[in-house]
Design a protein around this ligand. Structure first.
Ligand code: SF4
Ligand code: ZN
Length: 417
């Protein structure tokens, strides 16, 4: 990772080496977490006369009192060459840049984030305006080809953040998703690699297609395309869609070739649509994990926010330690939330009708889109009613009873492995 900025005006160290730093609850001074409070991160293209360059504002209390706070990070950028498609690319970098600060941990993106500030960083004098300095300096450093002016505002009052979420952030995220929804893997000539996460998972490479976004949930095909335009030699490189050897699993000689180069030979066979046969690698920042649940001949899908037990006998954390690190783990795979309702979701194994269990929050979140896909693919109405969750059962036998009662399709499908 190249960092041209030599010195940032912040009281803690700033380096890629701090990216993997974990801040435990006992070392934590302040936390911004979507579990406890509304949060969002948004980069918006703004007319130049409405952006005051290098202005950094904190609306609401700073982190002095510590504890749990809401947070909206709003970055206004202006530039003649700036395009709306570049916004989410810049937005995704917030994750890396905040993590580069010693004593700061960042996970997630969009409206689902967690930021922790350590006691040591707080005592060193770190405050929100320094987060703003990091964003300003790094954006002007890395995106100077398109950004001429940049202004950063942090909001920490829960009501205000909720209002920003409802009126600005969610509509923006939804509009981006809708634009992408009109594209299919069949309708494009190129897929893209993303190797941004190789800094901590050296053999990891996401293959990003219109119907399968990066597993962090933050890099869509449009984002990968924009990244290639912004940084031609950057983390996202095109893969010509040629050399299909198996349409069912989504196997391409060209994908294998490019992934092999991108991973310095560590991974040389990867499919786009299979959980079992050469699945994609998983780094560490996946929004969800999909794993085989043998007793019900289906899969469970668990999101990062869910802390409880799953029918696999493992928590998200336990599944993650098995799945992550940039390796292929047949039967287990990290992926983005948005992928769950995709027609390409583990389509090699029969698709979304394999999903037998999800945490309730996740199920509710994806229900509309998932039900629509199930109706289109299999003619099933209200498919999510057939999917078990922790409020119904976590024990494999009880889950099986529930699925049998509902006539869940996975029970009568071909053996998953
Ligand atoms: Fe890129 Fe994949 Fe990492 Fe997301 S998870 S930043 S798509 S490598
Ligand atoms: Zn990652």
């Amino acid at each position: 990772i190249k960092i041209k900025v030599t010195e940032l005006p912040i009281p803690v160290a700033f380096a890629a080496a701090f990216e993997g730093e974990i801040i435990r609850r006992s070392d934590m001074h302040t936390e911004f977490s979507s579990h406890a409070n509304p949060t969002c991160e948004l980069v918006c293209t703004t007319p130049a006369d409405e952006v005051e360059d290098h202005k950094i504002t904190v609306v609401g209390q700073d982190i002095d009192a510590g504890g749990e706070l809401a947070l909206a990070t709003i970055v206004k950028v202006a530039g003649e060459k700036m395009q709306a498609d570049f916004e989410s690319v810049i937005e995704r970098k917030i994750h890396a840049w905040f993590n580069y600060m010693e004593g700061v941990m960042h996970t997630g993106q969009r409206n689902l984030i967690r930021i922790r500030v350590s006691n040591a960083a707080y005592e060193a004098g770190l405050r929100l305006n320094h987060f703003g300095e990091v964003l300003y300096n790094m954006i002007m450093d890395e995106f100077d080809s398109v950004v001429d002016k940049c202004e950063v505002t942090f909001y920490t009052e829960a009501d205000k953040v909720q209002e920003i979420l409802d009126t600005k952030a969610m509509p923006t995220y939804n509009a981006r998703d809708d634009r992408l929804a009109s594209l299919t893997d069949e309708s494009v000539d190129e897929f893209y690699t993303c190797i941004l996460c190789q800094s901590f998972a050296p053999s990891h490479c996401c293959v990003v297609t219109p119907e399968r976004l990066g597993l962090c949930g933050a890099v869509s095909w449009l984002d990968a395309k924009a990244t290639k335009e912004l940084t031609p030699t950057g983390p996202c490189q095109p893969i010509k869609k040629i050399g299909c050897t198996d349409e069912r699993t989504g196997a391409y000689t060209e994908v294998n070739k490019v992934v092999e180069q991108a991973t310095q030979g560590a991974v040389n066979q990867v499919t786009l649509y299979s959980l079992i046969e050469d699945p994609m690698t998983s780094c560490g920042c996946f929004e969800c994990i999909c794993g085989v649940e043998p007793a019900s001949n289906g899969v469970v899908v668990v999101n990062r926010e869910y802390k409880g037990m799953t029918p696999t006998g493992m928590t998200f954390g336990e599944l993650a330690s098995m799945t992550g690190g940039g390796v292929q783990t047949p039967g287990f795979m990290g992926h983005g939330r948005h992928f769950i309702a995709s027609k390409k979701f583990i389509s090699a194994e029969g698709g979304i009708q394999r999903i037998v269990w999800m945490p309730k929050e996740l199920k509710d979140d994806v229900a509309d889109r998932l039900n629509k896909t199930a109706k289109e693919l299999y003619g099933i109405d209200n498919f999510t009613d057939m999917i078990c969750d922790e409020t119904i059962a976590c024990d494999t036998e009880e889950v099986l009873n529930f699925l049998t009662e509902k006539g869940h399709p996975a029970l009568t499908m071909d053996p998953i492995m």
